[in-house]
Design a protein around this ligand. Structure first.
Ligand SMILES: [Zn+2]
Length: 216
């Protein structure tokens, strides 16, 4: 059977081997000759349109990345698994100095929070989304406050995307390795919202709950 998808992937590997790798061979050999020491951990969504290396212009060895549906981090003690282990390893073994939680525009996971029918037939996804339920409640609360003040309530999906990033930043802090590193001033945490179509990123730093665009 001719597997077109695999062949397409192999074409990519061939292009990498023939055009991308040769001029950078020395760099790859250098970074592999010593233990990795990435400066930052980026927790982002699995969305195929989001390229964290491209976005941050990272080179091999610069960033440690973990991705999942909706850029979520279960609170410590709940669903201990891949994300929790990555956090602990990045902070304790690799001593990253920064943790960024990066959400994005048109996130399918956030859409499923707003409209649970889109997650019908996917019980595992539904269970995973419970890690962000509080963000939906917070976004609806913000809309209600705005309505009461006679202001425009704003787009629910965009509010959920922002509130989810803030919520996951709080979850990150519940992990003991992170809490200890924060106490000793060894790491900082930020939350990002990446608008993929516009190519812009807004960031909230430390305990600020406001997102500020990264300007040129
Ligand atoms: Zn997403």
């Amino acid at each position: 059977m001719n597997d077109e998808v695999l062949e397409h992937l192999k074409d990519g590997i061939r292009k990498f081997r023939s055009e991308i790798y040769p001029p950078q061979a020395e760099r790859f050999q250098r970074v592999m000759s010593e233990p990795q020491r990435p400066h930052a951990l980026i927790i982002t969504c699995a969305d195929s349109r989001l390229h964290p290396d491209l976005l941050t212009q990272a080179e091999p060895g610069d960033i440690f990345v973990t991705r999942n549906i909706g850029n979520m981090v279960p609170q410590y003690g709940e669903m201990l698994g891949g994300v929790s282990a990555v956090l602990e390893f990045a902070v304790t073994a690799m001593q990253v100095e920064h943790i960024a939680v990066c959400g994005h525009s048109e996130c399918g996971a956030m859409k499923a929070l707003v409209d649970p029918e889109t997650a019908e037939g996917m019980p595992t996804v539904k269970a995973w989304l419970t890690n962000a339920h509080a963000a939906l409640a917070e976004a609806k609360k913000i809309q209600q406050w705005r309505r009461e003040r006679g202001e425009a309530e704003g787009d629910l999906l965009n509010l959920v995307i922002e509130q989810n990033v803030l919520l996951q930043m709080r979850h990150v802090r519940t992990h003991p390795s992170v809490a200890m590193a924060l106490e000793s001033g060894r790491i900082t945490i930020s939350g990002w919202v990446y608008d993929i179509a516009a190519g812009t990123v807004a960031i909230c730093e430390d305990n600020d709950e406001q997102f500020h665009p990264v300007t040129l």
